[in-house]
Design a protein around this ligand. Sequence first.
Ligand SMILES: [Zn+2]
Length: 221
Amino acid sequence: MAAYALVRSRRRRTLCLQINPSGAMRLLVPATTRQADIEAFLKAKAPWIERTLRRLNEAPRAPAFADGLSLRYLDETMRLRLDYRPGAPEVRRDGDLLCVAAADEGQARGALEFWYREASRHHALARIIHYAPLVGKAPKRIRIAGQKTRWGSCSPRGTISLNWRLMLVPADLFDYVIAHELCHLVAPHHRAPFWREMGRVMPDYEVRRLRLREIGTQLSL
Ligand SMILES: [Zn+2]
């Protein structure tokens, strides 16, 4: 039996076992619970505990932020070259190497994100110039965002927000989000007229939409 922290509470009426993502267990029980009842409860829960701990062990961990880390850049892959040194941080691309010089990891991550944000702004502009004439509408403003949970959005005032992490997915999926948000300038909802417009602008949008959903929004970096 793995170790667990026992928490007795006068307000609690039932036994409850919690396992946090690091595998630590907490057993919450009513104040008067007898040791025998606790043991019986844990015995009944044993298969679930084992399953949960195994799943946590198998869960993929984000790759370490270290020299050699592979970084996606649309359809290309770059390798991170870290150089820790005092002074202002610097990011420079050299072929398929992305060289980041900074004082520490926090600064290096910040500089890398800033670099990706700039790259995403340039790329988004170029793709909007391509797709806006097809849709027949242009955004009033483009904003680069960094939420973990959404790729893009379009405000009623015509501002299109795009997640800089779109640089970490294939270019045709970045295009899907561009076309999607531009089509919202025509139809500000997800009803049939919107999807008709999507189909006109990007006939294979459905495949791209599913691929993007598979990638999810939980990209590390
Ligand atoms: Zn939408």
